[in-house]
Every structure is written in C-alpha cells, then in structure tokens.
Design a binder for this molecule. Structure first.
Ligand SMILES: [Zn+2]
Length: 789
C-alpha cells in the first residue's frame, strides 16, 4: 500500500506533556554530561555480527583512551561471549581505577544472578536493571497491570540489593544501581515517576554524590520531536523526590533523526548523564552519538572531558569493530566534512585563513585568546588530528581561491589575483578534460610545468645560469657616467641547452634583461604586472616574484603570460620570474642560433665570443675579460680574412690565457711549483712555495690578507715594480663531486718609467684558493715584468 492521502487515519501522533511553564527553553547550553558509552551493549546488540571478545577488548581500550569513565560493557546473561568478556576485563586488569563498568539485566531472577556473578571481583560496577513500563508493553506484551509492573520492579530491585551486598561482602566490589523504565517516552509520565519512586525506596541507599541512584529515561524508540523529550525530562526532574539523590540519565535513539537534539534539549531540561554510542551505532537508526555531542560542546568553547585529538584512530577502531562505515557527510567525522569543493567556499576559506593569521599575530602580542573564525569551518581540523590538506579539494566546481590556497600551502607561493585567474584556467582545462577530482599533486605539478618552476625536471627552453646587475653607464659616449640611472644586465642564459652570454641595458634589472633578450634572441616583450613577497623568515628567507608579460608595444594585449621566480636575492627572483614568463610565451618558436664563426665585419660581438667560450670550456668570463678577449679575436680574424672558426677561437683562447696548459708550461715567466698556505690571525695567510722564474726554481714566501695577496707578495720579492689585483671573480664549473672552481684575476703592473700594463689570468682547480693562485701566476706570466737581477 502506498503512502496514504490522510495518514491521520493510520498514525496517531504523540501526546504532548502538559507543561505550560516549562523552563528548559531558557536554560543555557553548555552543561557537560556524565558520559556512558553503551557501544559494547546497546551498540553491539544491534550488529548483524556482534563483536568478538578481541574486538570488544579493542573497543573498550579505545573508550578508555578517549576518557569515557562509565562504560556499559555487556548484557552478560544474554550470551556466554558477553559473560566471558566481562570476566576477561576484570581478570586481566583492563579496567582503570577511575572507570565504572556497567552491565545490563532484565528484571528476572536467574538473569540478575548471572549478571552479578559476571562482575564479582571488579573494583566497582553499575548494575543496570530494566523493565518495560509503557501501556503497549503492559497490556499487549506482558499482560501486566500497573500494580504488577511496579511490583516487578520492586521485587527485583530487592534482589539486586541483596545479591550486590553479598558480592561486596565476599569480593569487595563496590556497586551502584541504575534502573530504566524501558519505553519511558511512551509511558505516562506520572506512572514512570511512580515506578522510579518505588525503586528508589526499595533500593534504600540513594544518597548524594557517588551514592546517587541512576534513573535512565530512554527514548527507546524516538516517537516525538525533541521538545517533547525535553518536556518529559523536565517533568520528571521536577517531580521525582530527593532530586539530589538521583542521576537523570538520557538515552535517546535516533528514529526521527533528532537524537542529538533530544539529548541536548534533555540536558537543558535537567539531564545529568547521556547514554550513547560512538558515531551513533545502535538499534535501527542508532543510539545518540557521543562524539557529535562532545564536539558540539567543544566548538562552543566547553571542554567535553572526552579527547578526540586523534579522531581517525577512533574512527578506525569503531569501523573495524562494528564493520559499519561512517557516512562521508557524517557530523565531525565524515571524510568530506572538512572539505570545500565549491569555488566561493574555497575562496572564503582562503581569505579566512589569511585574516586569521593576522588576527592571531595581534592577539599573540596582546596576550588575548586566538579565536578560531574561519568561514565554513566550525572547528579547526587540526584539533582532531586532521590535516588541512583535505580542507580544500578541487573538482570542476572549484574556484581560483581554492587552487591558490593549495599552491600557497604546498609551494609557499601567494599568487597575485590576476595570475590566480590564469592558473585557474589551466587547472579547469585539465579537470574538464580528465573529468575527475584534482589531487594536490596534480595541481602542484601543473603549476610547476606551466611556470617552469622548481628543478631541472620542469625547466623551460630558457634558464638563467648567472647574472650581474651593475650601474655601469651605457655605451653612449655622451653619458658622463655619474649618477647614471641605468642598469646593465650581464649574464649567461642557457637557450635550448646552449649557453649564451647576453647583455642589456634598462632602468632596472627586469628591463635590462628584456633588452638583452631582444638584442640577442629577438624576443620583444614588455612587463605589465610585477609583484613580490618574501617566503620564510630570517636568514633562510627568499623572495618570490610574479611577472606578467605582453608583446612589446601592446600593453592592452588580450594575451599575456605569467611567470614566477624564487631566489635568495630579490633581483634574481624577478629575473627568474621574467625568464619563466618568457618560456611560456615562446612556445616552440625558433630562436636565433649562436653564430659558430666570427667575422670581423659581421654582427658577432663580444657576447657571441663569450658564449662560445662558455660552451666550449665552461668558463663564464667576467665582462671586462670578454671585451679584452674580443680584441684578441678581432686581431686574429683580421689576419684570417675576417673569419675565424669555432675550433680556432677555442685554441686562441687557450693559448692567450695558457688555459689547460698550466702555469708549469715552459712558456710561463712564473711557473707555480708545490706550495702551501699557512693561516695566521684572521684572514692573514702566508704563502710558502717554489716558483720557477724564467726557468730557475726558487723558494719564496709572501704574506697577505688572503691566498691571492700572499701569493702576489711572494712574487714581489723577485721583481721590480708593483703588481696589484684590479679585478677578481670566480664561479664553479659542473656539479657534485666533479665540481671545479674557476678564477679570473686581472693584474695591473706599475714600474717607474714605463706605461701601466694589465693582463688577465685564469685558473681552475678543485680547490678554490689554488684556482685563484693559479690565476694570479697566469696573469703575472702575461705581463712583461722586470725580474730583479
Ligand atoms: Zn537503547
């Protein structure tokens, strides 16, 4: 039969309690209940496959760990497994001293006896006896009158009292008593109170504090809205005598989906204790969920006295023991409850975190509480041992805010808004194409490959090897040189794997690199947007830069390219960001190749020659050495009708600077023999070694403020005039264990009566001091110095 047009002909509805002056709606929420877990009894009874003793033991330990102090462990008379489980807990000392185990029994003599036997020897236990009190059960199930129902409760309470006293005498076990008028919510309120009064009188030992008798008032089946349950609880609390000798225990089930609400309103109405299960396991729709109740309190700033710092371990235990999953949308515990998929939510969360960081920093300074206030996140997932990674997940519904948040979380890069829009399109294309949720790794990898960011794996066609930004004036002879506003970029850029030495001028580092790219690679772009921020703190902090480029002369271009760069140096980070953007812009466009022959009249310049040297020998020549060598090349080219081959040029370089022939070459004026450097105070060094002057070996020493000046001093003792170091630079060649130091020294020679002369020397060595000293001797050898007689 389908749903009725008039269900009132089939369903009666509940009978409200007449309580016009109810007080509970005005009570303040926040009273922490005594928690009673009935996972191992009510919950276990409801499983298709009840837990094994091992599973119950694991579950018990988890409850203890969470901090539950009253645990209903079994219905011992119902099954041998339950009986043995209780014995095991006691005999294996599983129960902490501050924890009460509770066992359930119906009002039947043999079952009560077996129940009390099960707990004999425990330090303390609660005997929980019940009988059904509602009209349906009285009239239909048991065919008992009201009087007989009361009498049943009285006589069996008497038995519980007698048997527990005997047990205490024999085993020392301390007892408390809990009585349930089962089906309380369907029982006439006054009759429920009548039964409970009779039980209390019979027990005869109810007192204040720990001696209180527990009256459990179950919504065995939830048949009414939660306000009805609260009315019943308030009515009971008002009318039961010796209220301070009674613990009012709430036991809501969840048939109408209001178990949590019933428990919370019931607490307002006077409840002291809540019986429930973790994540709401239990008959039919389950018992009320203790985790949700506890975390509801927690997020109001009230400690629930239960610890869910590692909620995942609780979830794991419960799901493994009950073999029931937790719905992904389940309050506080579901897989998706801290996840935002939608763009507007993600954006709000990202902004919330940013604002909160600032708010917390201020609060920390002022010593005031660092309140949690994040849109869509009523709790900090970290409090439950959950990571933020799950907070924002990306599917085709997601927005730029969420993606930007993930990039920030994982790469520490805070993209400017316009770049977020650009990167969002990249992600959306991938997400649409693959029709799936994007993982954090998908997103960070897409970021790296889009912007050629983070490691050689993601490198683009262009990459910046080294650079120098100087204030040098331009080549304009009218430029006086003082207070020149311009900057010059000198650097080595790898272009499709070939090193190119490039140079450009501009108002700043970025414009001078743009100029260099235009001059050497025919790449003509302009910068439309540039921002930067620091990453990290203190000495390890770096600068992150973001650059947007457009085709030169088209600032309103619809097409633009973003780039990102990270460097310890702020100019370096900007330059890297520019190279990153250019990489996106050039795609697979053909770039002008490095000229492999140099014609004197051709367009080849000092940079092309320097590019050839860096490619052939790995030497990144300082700029003035480039100029100096270019003059040598021009002279040589003149003699060979304006053309010089790649190989001839390399050989010319080697012979000019004695490179790879060594300072021990017979042509050297000063050949370096074995030497040592002795350290003195501070940077003081003493050079002690053998030097061959024009073929004659001589022991020399020299002192100075470092390896170079001390080796230079050792030469001075043998020559007329003065040698000084005009310029020095160094870099490394290769990587890892193969790495070499390359040093470049320009020496100036002054001797009375002669014109000043200068020469460059180059040295390489695995040791950086040795490479510098070799460069000094090479430079000295190139100068026609006057040796003392
Ligand atoms: Zn129940």
């Amino acid at each position: 039969m389908p749903m009725l047009a008039d269900p009132s002909q089939k369903y009666k509805g509940y009978t409200p309690v007449d309580l016009p002056d109810r007080k509970w709606p005005a009570q303040k929420y926040g009273k922490v209940p005594i928690w009673l877990s009935t996972d191992l009894r009510d919950g276990n009874q409801a499983l298709a496959n009840p837990m094994t003793i091992e599973q119950k033991t694991t579950f018990f330990r988890q409850l203890v760990k969470v901090g539950v102090k009253e645990i209903e462990v079994a219905y011992p008379a119902a099954s041998d497994t339950d009986f043995q489980f209780v014995r095991g807990l006691i005999e294996n000392n599983e129960i902490p001293d501050d924890t009460w185990i509770q066992v359930l029994t119906p009002a039947r003599e043999d079952l009560i006896r077996r129940t009390i036997d099960s707990v004999a020897g425990a330090k303390q236990a609660i005997i929980h006896m019940y009988n059904a009190t509602s009209p349906t059960f009285r009239e239909v199930v048991f065919r008992n009158s009201k009087e007989e129902t009361v009498e049943l409760a009285i006589s069996h309470t008497k038995l519980v009292r007698q048997l527990t006293e005997e047990c205490t005498a024999k085993h020392g076990t301390k007892f408390r008593y809990e009585y349930s008028p089962e089906t309380f919510t369907q029982t006439e309120p006054n009759f429920a109170i009548e039964v409970c009064e009779a039980v209390k009188a019979t027990w005869g030992k109810a007192g204040p504090g720990e001696d209180r008798i527990v009256f459990n008032l179950p919504a065995t089946v939830e048949i009414a809205p939660p306000n009805h349950y609260a009315d019943l609880i308030e009515y009971f609390c008002r009318n039961i005598t010796e209220r301070d000798h009674v613990i009012v225990s709430l036991h809501p089930h969840n048939d109408r989906g209001c178990g949590i609400a019933a428990a919370e309103l019931g607490m307002l109405a006077g409840g002291d204790r809540i019986e429930g299960c973790l994540f709401g396991n239990g008959e039919r729709t389950g018992n009320v969920d203790i985790v949700a109740l506890a975390l509801n309190l927690y997020t109001q700033g009230v400690s629930p006295n239960l610890d869910f710092s590692d909620i995942q371990s609780v979830i794991d235990t419960v799901t493994q023991c009950t073999d029931l999953p937790i719905h992904p949308r389940y309050p506080w515990a579901g897989d998706l409850v801290y996840t935002a998929f939608s763009g507007s939510h993600q954006d709000a969360i990202k902004k919330g975190f940013e604002a909160q960081r600032i708010r917390h920093a201020t609060a920390a300074q002022e010593g005031t509480p660092q309140y949690w206030d994040i849109p869509y996140l009523p709790i900090d997932p970290a409090d439950l041992g959950q990571s933020y990674e799950a907070v924002i997940r990306v599917n085709s519904q997601s927005g730029k805010g969420g993606i930007a948040y993930l990039v920030k979380q994982h790469l520490q890069l805070d993209m400017p808004r316009k770049m977020q829009v650009a990167f969002y399109q990249v992600i959306q294309e991938v997400s649409d194409r693959e029709a799936r949720e994007m993982t954090v790794e998908d997103i960070t990898n897409a970021f790296r490959s889009t912007y050629h960011y983070g490691g050689s794996k993601f490198a683009g066609r262009l990459s910046l090897r080294n650079f120098k930004i100087s204030h040098e004036p331009g080549d304009d002879p009218n430029d006086s040189g003082d207070e020149a506003p311009g900057r010059r970029f000198d650097g080595t850029v790898s272009v499709d794997g070939v090193y190119r030495v490039v140079r450009g001028n501009g108002n700043g580092p970025l414009s001078s690199l743009l100029d260099a790219l235009k001059a050497h690679l025919d790449l003509d772009f302009a910068i439309r947007d540039y921002t930067e921020h620091t990453v990290g703190e203190g000495q390890d902090s770096k600068a992150a830069s973001y650059v947007e480029i457009v085709p030169a002369g088209d600032r309103k271009s619809a097409k633009s390219w973003w780039g990102v760069g990270l460097d310890s140096d702020i100019a370096g980070s900007g330059l890297r960001a520019l190279i990153s953007a250019v990489n996106s812009a050039i795609g697979d466009r053909t770039l002008p190749e490095l000229k492999l022959s140099v014609g004197f009249n051709a367009q080849s310049g000092a940079e092309d020659v320097a590019s050839l040297v860096v490619n052939a020998l790995g030497l990144e020549l300082p700029r003035r050495l480039q100029t100096s060598f270019f003059e040598v090349v021009q002279r040589a080219a003149r003699e060979s009708s304006g053309e010089i081959s790649y190989e001839a040029l390399t050989n010319l370089f080697k012979s000019t600077y004695r490179f790879q022939s060594g300072t021990d070459a017979p042509t050297a004026t000063f050949a370096l023999g074995p030497f040592k450097l002795k350290s003195g105070e501070g940077s003081k060094r003493t050079f002690v070694g053998e030097v061959v002057f024009n073929g004659q070996s001589k022991a020399v020493t020299g002192e100075g403020n470092g390896p170079l000046s001390s080796s230079l001093a050792s030469i001075h003792s043998s020559i007329e005039g003065v040698l000084t170091i005009r310029e020095y630079s160094e870099h490394s060649i290769g990587e890892g264990t193969e790495v070499l130091a390359a040093s470049y020294v320009e020496l100036l020679y002054e001797i009375p009566g002669q014109k000043k002369r200068s020469a460059w020397g180059i040295g390489t060595d695995t040791d950086i001091s040795a490479s510098g000293i070799k460069a000094v001797f090479n430079a000295a050898s190139s100068l026609d110095v006057v040796v003392k007689a």
